[in-house]
Design a protein around this ligand. Structure first.
Ligand code: CTP
Ligand code: MG
Length: 575
């Protein structure tokens, strides 16, 4: 819960102001029945009109003060809780952004979404409620008891029985409720995660006609949520009527006993009315307290879940960076690098890899699927850290370069392209926010995207749906390449990103890339031998190890795996 400290420090003054208003409001509420009893028992009974007038005006004044306090606390409560909620969400967002890939793999995507939305809302509502009603409930409850006893202490015995009974119910409510609401929250997570997975994979689901299977999965999660929520609600719903029953029994007792006492002169009519009034106030505040607990329980569960995100330490270690500028541009060195997704003890997917990529060179990486190509290049921008060995960019260990600087130098076109909702121009500009339109066009021309974009009626202003759904696979790849190019990087990593582009277009892209910048270092991963064979150096990866390294001609002589790939794709007779 440590993360809450920051917000408490910031908002405690306003919070106290809100609670003060609430206290004033509660005190005003508390005085009303007593004044009323005075009006009835003294003013009305003895027909003292001045007394009625005087207390009437007092009552009005108190109501006015109460109303002003209520308006102020409403404004304060809304302002504080909204600001607090927004800041909490923002901080969480920033925290999640700072996570390494490892960290993110720790959480399922859906739970991060529910934590950011639903959980923050729960905590925000609780903070709001705290300033709106929650503090008022105990004040009114205790105040009503004091006022009632003060009004007629003979009658206090009735309170002595009803209140402890209601108190027991509230404690039970809490004890039983907490675990139930934790369960509700977890089920909600499950529903969200099934829904999210379905929505991201909706094409596959339809293609495989697995709608029923997915429906069942959803239904199962949904039913579970319904069942836990219903149980929770059922259990909770017993308590409010229970409390109500006890208090109403108390009121009946007051009326019955009070009625008798009035005839003996031990109590007055106004007092009975005031007393029952206080009892109703007690009833309401007790109900409120039990609602508070439901909300508290939910907020507590949510706070814990948010706390888990804040508490997660970034798995990536950062060295103190003193001077990470270099005279070299676009050089990459791998020195005996090994890497595993599960840390030091896991199975290595990159094994003892060493190579050097000189400025301006084009390096091709080829190898069967699962041989570690994507894993290898994801170590360069430090998406993951190697388990041993050193990776240097521009001659400096990547761990000694600030992440911002490092990633500024490198542009990656990932294997699975990701586009965002927005126009094509916006998507390309994503690589460089302040890019001019000319730069956008230039990047699109190099990646062979300009021509097809020009055929769209709205050209660069064509809106893309989420993930670029309205583009073909190859078109998406070319927009992704343009987005990387506009960044004007030193090192460009293309991870199998021309797989959906025809060979002729691919050759064109390669050529324009070469012409575009002599200084640009490119690392091109390809499944097709034609994608890599013109490279200055080709790395043949096999099961995480380098099986061959050299130019096409050299590899054709020395590397059997490379030969196999060549012959299987091109045939014995050559191109
Ligand atoms: N792997 C893993 N955890 C990940 C990603 C990959 O354990 N988050 C494993 C895979 O099971 C695989 C190995 O790492 O055995 C190498 O994966 P990758 O580098 O993605 O292989 P590529 O050569 O890129 O395969 P492809 O051509 O299919 O993209
Ligand atoms: Mg890959």
């Amino acid at each position: 819960m440590n993360f809450l400290k920051k917000y408490i420090n910031k908002y405690w003054k306003l919070f106290c102001a809100g609670v003060s208003c609430l206290t004033i409001e509660a005190l005003c509420d508390l005085m009303q029945p007593t004044i009323m009893s005075k009006i009835i028992d003294i003013g009305v009974k003895k027909r003292a009109i001045i007394y009625v007038e005087r207390f009437g005006i007092l009552m009005l004044l108190i109501t006015a003060v109460g109303a002003i306090a209520a308006v102020s606390r409403n404004i304060i409560a809304s302002t504080v809780s909204q600001k607090f909620g927004a800041e909490l969400r923002e901080d969480l967002f920033v925290k999640i952004q700072s996570f390494s890939f490892d960290n993110i793999n720790n959480f399922e995507g859906a739970t991060l979404v529910t934590r950011l939305t639903n959980d923050v809302t729960q905590v925000q509502n609780f903070a709001n409620g705290l300033m709106r009603i929650f503090v008022k409930a105990p004040i009114v409850c205790i105040g009503s008891i004091i006022m009632a006893v003060h009004l007629n202490y003979h009658m206090a015995g009735v309170l002595g029985i009803t209140i402890p009974m209601a108190g027991i119910l509230i404690v039970l409510n809490m004890k039983i409720g907490f675990p139930l609401f934790m369960k509700v929250q977890r089920s909600l997570d499950k529903v969200n995660s099934v829904m999210r997975e379905y929505l991201t994979g909706v094409r596959v689901v339809k293609a495989f006609n697995r709608f029923n299977y997915e429906s069942e999965r959803f239904e199962k999660a949904n039913n579970e949520l319904v069942s836990v929520s219903t149980t929770a609600m059922k259990v909770m719903s017993v308590f409010s009527p229970g409390i109500s029953l006890f208090v109403n029994l108390g009121i009946t007792a007051v009326l019955w006993i009070g009625g008798n006492w009035v005839s003996h002169g031990k109590m007055q009519v106004g007092q009975i009315i005031a007393f029952t009034n206080y009892m109703t106030q007690i009833l309401f505040s007790l109900m409120m307290i039990s609602n508070v607990f439901t909300m508290f329980v939910r907020a507590k569960a949510s706070t814990e879940r948010i706390g888990e995100v804040f508490a997660l330490e970034n798995t990536m270690k950062f060295n103190e960076v003193s001077n990470d500028t270099s005279e070299v541009f676009g050089r990459v060195d791998f020195e005996n690098v090994s890497f595993s997704y599960e840390g030091k003890n896991g199975q290595a997917v990159i094994k003892n890899v060493s190579f050097t990529c000189l400025p301006g060179e084009t390096i091709g990486i080829i190898g069967s699927t699962g041989s570690g190509k994507t894993s290898l290049v994801s170590l360069i921008p430090r998406f993951y850290d190697g388990t041993s060995g050193t990776i240097k960019v521009d001659g400096i260990d990547v761990k000694d370069i600030s992440l911002k600087n490092l990633r500024e130098k490198i542009a990656v076109v990932p294997q699975k392209n990701v586009l965002f909702t927005g126009t094509i121009a916006e998507n390309i500009k994503w690589g460089k926010e302040n890019a001019s339109f000319e730069e956008v066009i230039q990047a699109a021309k190099i990646s062979e995207a300009h021509d097809f974009i020009s055929t769209f009626p709205e050209k660069y202003d064509t809106m893309l749906g989420q993930g670029g759904v309205n583009l073909s696979g190859g078109q998406k790849q070319r927009v992704s390449i343009a987005r990387a190019l506009i960044k004007n990087p030193e090192i460009l990593i293309l991870d199998d990103c021309t797989s959906a582009v025809d060979m002729v277009t691919e050759a064109k892209i390669r050529k324009s890339l070469k012409d575009y910048s002599k200084r640009l270092t490119s690392i091109i991963i390809g499944q097709r031998i034609t994608s890599v064979m013109t490279a200055d150096k080709i790395i043949v990866l096999d099961n995480g190890e380098i099986a061959g390294l050299g130019k096409h001609d050299e590899l054709m002589k020395e590397c059997s795996i490379y030969q196999d790939i060549f012959y299987s794709q091109i045939g014995k007779e050559g191109i």
